[in-house]
Design a protein around this ligand. Sequence first.
Ligand code: BES
Ligand code: MN
Ligand code: ZN
Length: 509
Amino acid sequence: MYRSIKAAPGSSPGSTPASAKPADALVLLMPAGTKPADAPACPEPDALARLLKQADFTLKPEQARTLYHATGRPARTLVVGLGERAQVTADTLRRAAARAARALESARIGSARFQTVNLPDELDAHAVGRSLADGITLANFHFDAYLGKARKPEKKKGDKPIGLKVTLADKPTRAGFVEGLKVAEGVTTARTLACTPPNVANPKHIAGYCRKLAKATGLKCTVIDAKRAKELKMGGLLAVGAGGSTPPCMVILEHAPAGKAKRKPLLLVGKGVTFDTGGYSLKPDGGKGMKYDKCGAMNVIGAMHAIANLKLKQRVVGVIGLAENMIDREAYRVDDILTFCNGVTCEVTNTDAEGRLVLADCLAYGTKTYKPAAVIDFATLTGGVVVALGKKIAGVWATDETLLGKVKAAGQTVGEPVWQLPLDDDYRKMMQAKHADLHNSAPVREAHATQGAAFLSYFVGTDAPKQIPTTPWVHVDIAGTSNTEGDVLMEKGPTGFGVRLATELAATL
Ligand code: BES
Ligand code: MN
Ligand code: ZN
């Protein structure tokens, strides 16, 4: 793992000051059919010509080879394939850059010039730089903070961790790259917190982390502790966290650019269940992997970090609900009736449908307090969305077509795709109970993921309890996309899905 990734000063080799050292390696990213003549920057044209003649090296996506001189000595040039030219997208580049970063790191190379060759015209230089930064930084993430005596690598003399300096062909590519590095810090924040185990990353720990992050980045941080939550009648947040090892709380992070205080903000809301056992509706396996049930909130923290880094003009407020869903004498039970801070009541039919109870108070409080222009919530809400869409695409439900279009476009740009599922009055009715306004889980399993969205719709803005909200709102269910089994882009574990989407949305809203 590289200790740091940086853009090298200067731009093209021609324009770098004569005193600057040339990069240790050259990475050529090229689509199928590229000829050596298309890559005049390659200092080893003969070696490149020989490589491109090899029958098994067709520049298929993510094929990567080092060039060798005729003498058999490796030239410090890495050629990475992009596949069919017409099909090269930002995602192809992200993955190719990730492949290259892995190869450079294992060869312990400290500086590299990245050169794309023969790309389709639709990919502008800024987008290319951004994709390279995304790919390199996403691939460079590893979580080894908890390796101990048995497996922590011994520190050998001279075995210093190295960083990677990346030289790029031109100014716009470099600008895109530098932007990508700023966003990447937020993604790393989210992934690191998500990996942190539940015996450490409890609600109290995460609130403390937010305070420190705010201080370091210029965000404003407010913590609504359990005592204040009681005063505010946040019955959902308090019930879910009642059995937890530390009390539940709500954290608000604000990015308030100078002169924009009166603008209606973008509100980002996140589910932060630091561990989900299911409560008395106990999960059969005790909740293996459910440390990731806080990913919605961690991704909102990461997005706020990125937004502060980028100094975006848009006013953005992040609200996260933190609670640990455990079994305890104090824990909430099935049949309990709860009252949320907007006065809506709910009969608990399943303590494992806890995320919506936490989010209900966050959405109601956030929309009432900040009167946002738009609301996006991120939550690992339902197993149903994993069944419907798998682990690549997140499910979205929306009350506003314009906002939905922007969310889809942002997701497309950054490689975090979403797919719309329906929300209407019939689905809202499905969530109504006999002895309270709502139940948190309908007696039928049909439209499972949509039940979650329909439940949340009762809390978005002051008109929400009586009708489909008029506040523009998109609910993003990331139960499938929040973590991955691992591929070239990201190792097994949390993906930070939503950090790049929310940041892109805030930048383009
Ligand atoms: N945290 C889970 C959803 C989840 C499932 C996330 C799988 C990641 C992977 C959520 O709290 C939950 O338990 N949902 C239940 C709801 C049901 C009890 C109404 C579900 O989806 O089965
Ligand atoms: Mn649950
Ligand atoms: Zn959950």
